[in-house]
Design a protein around this ligand. Structure first.
Ligand code: FAD
Ligand code: NAI
Length: 476
């Protein structure tokens, strides 16, 4: 058994852990990063995000978008392509290549930054000792000691007892990224980010997709104008989203998944070729340390941290999905940079009020800051500006007229409090809003800015003008 000492040991090499390791190394600290992920039996860096999350889902969204466009949009442009078909194996091979190139890229960054990479399961003991085990072995293979430990162990899909994973029939999100054929019918439990993105992938490729969502509100975290616009657009594309649908049972019979759920009309039955469970994720805080560790865990199993990601034990930090806040890669990465810089003696902080959310469907949905409902509930006086994509010349030229941009500004100060977008490329558009808000911009600041024509970004300009009833291309 080997024993080594570092300034920092990072547990987990997802977008929180690997960024923490790189930033610590850049700051001159000696770093080891322990991770247990195996991709097809091979140790791989990148965690959920690179292996089974952000990246493979976007690769499949891109492929399926092109396929659907070639069928639905090309004829309108006068482009005649006959006999378009989808080769699922090739689509998956491309997705795997994208994943491999990126995960290998992290490995190269580790080498460049002289980060010691350790594969195995880490357990944390008092005195900041990290013991590393081989999978399934009770024996410690390696012991790492450090002045500072950063826990970045991420999250795992929540399982439903009523819909247990069943080979070939009932899957979690990772399984839904690996289908080898397009199912004729696909059920998805949960109409959140994963349900919508992966439901969209398979729907575009030809599956009849039904999403069963237990809440009676669609995308409750989004602004209501935006969630309504997105809901309409998804329904028009053929996603059958059933709200207020509580799962009662599942069973596999005659090569189908039989699902019983209850809605306002009573018990309903439906059958699918495949079923995906996407009902949220839970933090990986178990099997990480024993009772002898004085680390506080909250009632939802998140490791308790303050705004600087310090745990209840000095010198031990926790970041990413394993702590409170949105389970988003960029949130974890920003926490990683903050913690690394604070360990190095800097005063960095994360602005938790301005973390953008995106759903990568078509149109995309993106938002940052407060919703109109949240402002009203908090009694904040606001002005609201809206601009429909149908009035944007560029959106019309692109055939992407669904959705809108909505800007919420404080009535007295005009400071922008929230920006909400349902539009093609909303994921890119929202960055302008985050930048403006980070700099404390007012709606007037954006209204006075020159935007190139014709661009989708002009919709942000028009929405800002509309805050003061000055939009040009739409009735105020
Ligand atoms: P993870 O990425 O989960 O990494 C944790 C790592 O720690 C893993 O490699 C794990 O093996 C390792 N680990 C855990 N316990 C131990 C241990 N005891 N010892 C050693 N290693 C350990 N977010 C976005 O922002 N944008 C998106 O588009 C997006 N799309 C997604 C799509 C899907 C299908 C899914 C499932 C998630 C998506 N997410 C997206 C969420 C995003 O993947 C997570 O927020 C992000 O990966 C969290 O990063 P993390 O570093 O905290 O944890
Ligand atoms: P989610 O929390 O976004 O959505 C889960 C949905 O399932 C909710 O609407 C919930 O009401 C519903 N649900 C829960 N239990 C149910 C039940 N028994 N029956 C029916 N519906 C039920 O979680 P999701 O989609 O699993 O994603 C997990 C995490 O990954 C999210 O926190 C998200 O932030 C992240 N992610 C982010 C993406 C992005 O940024 N584009 C893409 C995919 C995931």
């Amino acid at each position: 058994m080997s024993n080594s000492r570092f300034d920092v040991v990072v547990i987990g090499a997802g977008p929180a852990g690997y960024v923490a390791a790189i930033r610590c190394a850049q700051l001159g600290l000696t770093v080891a990063c322990v991770d247990e992920w195996l991709n097809k039996g091979e140790p791989t860096l990148g965690g959920t995000c690179l292996n089974v999350g952000c990246i493979p889902s976007k690769a499949l969204l891109e492929s399926s978008h092109l396929f659907a466009s070639s069928r639905n949009d090309f004829p309108d442009h006068g482009i005649n392509v006959k006999g378009v078909s989808i080769d699922v194996n090739q689509m998956m091979a491309r997705k795997n290549k994208v994943v491999n190139e990126l995960t290998n890229g992290i490995n190269s960054l580790f080498k460049i930054n002289k980060i010691t990479r350790v594969h195995g399961h880490a357990r944390l003991s008092p005195e900041k000792i990290v013991k590393v085990y081989d999978r399934g072995s009770p024996h410690t293979r390696e012991t790492l000691e450090a002045d500072n430990i950063i826990i970045a162990t991420g999250s795992s899909a929540i399982k439903l007892e009523r819909a247990p994973k069943t080979d070939g029939y009932i899957f979690d999100s990772s399984g839904a990224l690996e289908f080898d054929t397009v199912p004729k019918t696909l059920g998805v439990i949960g109409a959140g980010a994963i349900g919508l993105e992966l439901g969209t992938v398979w729907s575009r490729l030809g599956s009849e997709v039904v999403l069963l969502e237990c809440m009676d509100t669609f995308l409750p975290a989004a602004d209501r104008h935006i969630s309504r616009a997105a809901f309409r657009s998804y329904q028009q594309q053929g996603l059958d989203i059933r709200l207020d649908a509580r799962l009662l049972s599942t069973s596999v019979k005659q090569k189908k998944v039989h699902v019983t759920y209850e809605d306002t009309r009573g018990a309903q039955q439906i059958k699918f070729d495949k079923l995906v469970v996407a009902v949220g994720r839970k933090p990986n805080s178990d099997y990480l340390f024993g009772d002898e560790m004085a680390l506080e865990i909250d009632e939802r199993e998140f490791i308790h941290v303050n705004k600087y990601c310090e745990t209840s034990v000095p010198g031990i930090y926790a970041i990413g999905d394993v702590v409170r806040g949105p389970m988003l890669a960029h949130k974890g990465s920003e926490e990683a940079v903050m913690v690394a810089e604070r360990i190095a003696g800097q005063k960095s902080a994360v602005n938790y009020d301005l973390i953008p959310s995106v759903i990568y469907t078509h149109p995309e949905v993106a938002w940052v800051g407060k919703t109109e409902h949240a402002c009203n509930t908090a009694g904040i006086p606001i002005n609201v500006g809206m601009f429909p994509m149908a009035a944007s010349g560029r959106a019309k030229a692109a055939g992407a007229t669904d959705g809108m941009v909505k800007i919420i500004a404080h009535q007295e100060t005009d400071r922008i409090l929230g920006v909400h977008i349902c539009a093609a490329q909303a994921s890119e558009l929202i960055a302008q809003a985050v930048t403006a808000m980070e700099m404390g911009a007012s709606a007037e600041d954006i209204a006075l800015t020159v935007f190139a024509h014709p661009t989708l970004s002009e919709s942000i300009h028009e929405a800002a003008l509309s805050v003061h009833n000055r939009a040009i291309h739409v009735k105020n």
